[in-house]
Every structure is written in structure tokens, then in C-alpha cells.
Write a protein that binds this ligand. Structure first.
Ligand SMILES: Nc1nc2c(ncn2[C@@H]2O[C@H](COP(=O)(O)OP(=O)(O)OP(=O)(O)O)[C@@H](O)[C@H]2O)c(=O)[nH]1
Ligand SMILES: [Mg+2]
Length: 303
């Protein structure tokens, strides 16, 4: 199966929950009236597109109906497809990897897929000829470093790890030194998703940040926030918390396979102004790609 076919399969629940319901509404409606717009609004909200974005889309549909760009309900779906594609396309999607090494900090709450993402990213860049290193900055959870080491073996990347319970900032410090000494191109730093409370988590990230910047002033070159698509609007709430304390440069949206809440991609871009840079559509090494808005919209709107 190609990645696109997998993406389509992964998005099938979202398509059922979102596109097909809009199709049904369109099929039952004869004109774009108040009732139609109200139903459409409800479907967009239920599709995890987000309140603000839904508002904007409804306003745009009204406007297009008024100036006769769209004339009947059947025109709404192609209009939506273009509108969503326009929201998702942006020029900040590329990774900024200008350092030697380039440092990529990976953050997010527990269980969203940070460690898996680092393994996949490491493998992705290794295939493109980069020399990759992984840092086990999650010293909090039992087995976290071991999990990263397994991914390191798969991606043929060196893993820098200390003992469980040790200071993550010290791991990061060692990793930065090692990356420089070995002329590594790319250093990915894993972090703990669960500390005793939010304040602790943020304090730890802050400390890691300071260590990185002391060694490499323009690093981290990327701070990727990992969000789990299955959590829908919760992901938006999580993102806001991380954005308060970290300079998040992009999102990795995981678990797009099998969720009905894929519409959250739109809310991430439109309500948070964050670019989704990567998507995960499975647990495997290759179930992972740079986010391609046109492909995504194609997979979401076409059966
Ligand atoms: N279906 C699916 N599962 C995924 C995806 N990405 C990660 N997972 C799974 O999600 C679970 C958690 O992944 P981890 O990488 O351990 O998550 P984490 O954020 O590092 O979690 P903590 O270390 O506990 O904070 C694992 O079972 C992964 O296999 C994805 O894109 N699709
Ligand atoms: Mg982890």
C-alpha cells in the first residue's frame, strides 16, 4: 500500500464523520438557507474543526452564496475542499535545519507519540544521508531510554542516555558535546511527557532549553510539539499550554490512522497558527511523512 492509500484508509473514519455527513446534508438540501447553514455549522464543530474556524468557514460560505460563487448546496463541498486546502497550505512547513548539529527538541504530554516520532524522524533523515543522534531526555518514565535505544538501533543512530531518574539537562549537555565531537548533522532530543505536575514539566523544559542555548545559541532549531489526533480539541488545549512556555516551531500530528477527529488538523493551523510539519499514520517506522496539505485534503474529501 502506498503512503497515500494508507493515509486514505487512516482517514476513513474522519471522512465518515465529516465529509460524508456533509455530503448527506448536501443531498437532502435544495438551497443554501439558514437551516442548511446551521446544520453545516454543527457538522463542522462535530468534525473537530474548532469553533473559530467553523465560524470563519460559515461566514465564507455565506459570502460565496451571496456573491453567487456558489449557487446551490452541491457547490459547497468543492468550495470547502478549496477553502480547507488554502488554510492548510503554508510556507513555514519546512524544517529549519541550518545548524551543525541542528537540534530538534521534541515535546508533548505523555503518550502522544514523542519517542516513536523521534525514531521515525531519525530513520527518515538517515535515509536522506544525515548523520543522526538521539538524546534520551526522558529520564522520568521507567523504560523510556530503552524504548529510545530500540528506535536508535532501527534508525542506526547513536543514543545518548543516562540512568533513570538522572537530570535530563545533563543528558542533553552530554548529547550536545557528543554530537559536536562526532560531527553529527541532527540531534533529536526526547523529553518526558509526564512529571508530577504542569509546573514541573515546564520548569524542566526551561532548564533543557537553557542548556541547549548555552552550548548552541541559535538552537533548538526546531521545537516540535507532538499532538495525538485522537484527542481532538484536547490537543488544542495542550498546544496552548506548551506555546506559553516553549517556542513551538511546528506540530507532529500522530495517530491520524483510525481517528474520526482528523479535522483537528484545520484547527491547529487556523486557531493556533501552528504548522503541522509531520503526520503519523501508524506505529511503524515508515508510517510517517512530512505533512502534505494537498494530499491530506484529497484523502479527506475524495472516496
Ligand atoms: N496508531 C498509531 N500509534 C502511534 C502513532 N505514533 C505513536 N503511536 C503509539 O502511541 C504509543 C505511545 O507512543 P510513545 O512514542 O511511547 O509516546 P510518548 O509521547 O513518547 O509517551 P511518554 O514517553 O509516555 O511521554 C505507542 O504505542 C506508539 O506505538 C501513530 O501515528 N499511529
Ligand atoms: Mg516517550
Amino acid at each position: 500500500m502506498s503512503f497515500f492509500e494508507k493515509l486514505k484508509e487512516g482517514l476513513s473514519k474522519t471522512r465518515k464523520n465529516f465529509t460524508e455527513k456533509i455530503e448527506n446534508l448536501v443531498g437532502m438540501s435544495t438551497e443554501i438557507d439558514e437551516e442548511f447553514l446551521e446544520e453545516l455549522e454543527m457538522l463542522l464543530i462535530a468534525g473537530d474543526v474548532g469553533l473559530k474556524t467553523t465560524d470563519r468557514i460559515i461566514t465564507a460560505v455565506k459570502e460565496a452564496a451571496r456573491n453567487r460563487t456558489i449557487k446551490n448546496p452541491a457547490d459547497v463541498l468543492p468550495f470547502l475542499k478549496n477553502y480547507v486546502a488554502d488554510i492548510l497550505r503554508d510556507d513555514k512547513q519546512r524544517m529549519r535545519l541550518s545548524g551543525s548539529p541542528s537540534v530538534v527538541l521534541v515535546v508533548g504530554v505523555n503518550g502522544v507519540g514523542k519517542t516513536t516520532t523521534i525514531g521515525k524522524l531519525g530513520n527518515y533523515y538517515k535515509l536522506f544521508g544525515y548523520k543522526v543522534m538521539l538524546a534520551a531526555g526522558d529520564t522520568f518514565r521507567a523504560g523510556a531510554a530503552e524504548q529510545l535505544k530500540i528506535w536508535g538501533q532501527r534508525a542506526e543512530a547513536e543514543v545518548i542516555a543516562h540512568e533513570e531518574g538522572s537530570d535530563p539537562a545533563a543528558v542533553v549537555f552530554d548529547a550536545l558535546k557528543a554530537a559536536r565531537a562526532r560531527k553529527t548533522d541532527l540531534l533529536f532530543i526526547d523529553t518526558a511527557g509526564r512529571l508530577h505536575n504542569k509546573a514541573n514539566l515546564m520548569k524542566e523544559l526551561d532548564k533543557i532549553h537553557r542548556v541547549i542555548q548555552r552550548e548552541i545559541p541559535d538552537a533548538p532549531h526546531e521545537t516540535l510539539l507532538v499532538l495525538d489526533a485522537t484527542t481532538g480539541q484536547n490537543a488544542i488545549t495542550q498546544a496552548k499550554i506548551f506555546m506559553e512556555t516553549s517556542n513551538v516551531t511546528g506540530v507532529v500530528l500522530t495517530k491520524l490512522d483510525g481517528t474520526a477527529k482528523g479535522g483537528v488538523v484545520i484547527a491547529i493551523k487556523e486557531e493556533l497558527g501552528l504548522s503541522v510539519k509531520w503526520i503519523g499514520i501508524g506505529e511503524g517506522m515508515f508510517d510517517f511523512r512530512p505533512f502534505d496539505p494537498d494530499n491530506f485534503v484529497e484523502a479527506l474529501f475524495n472516496k
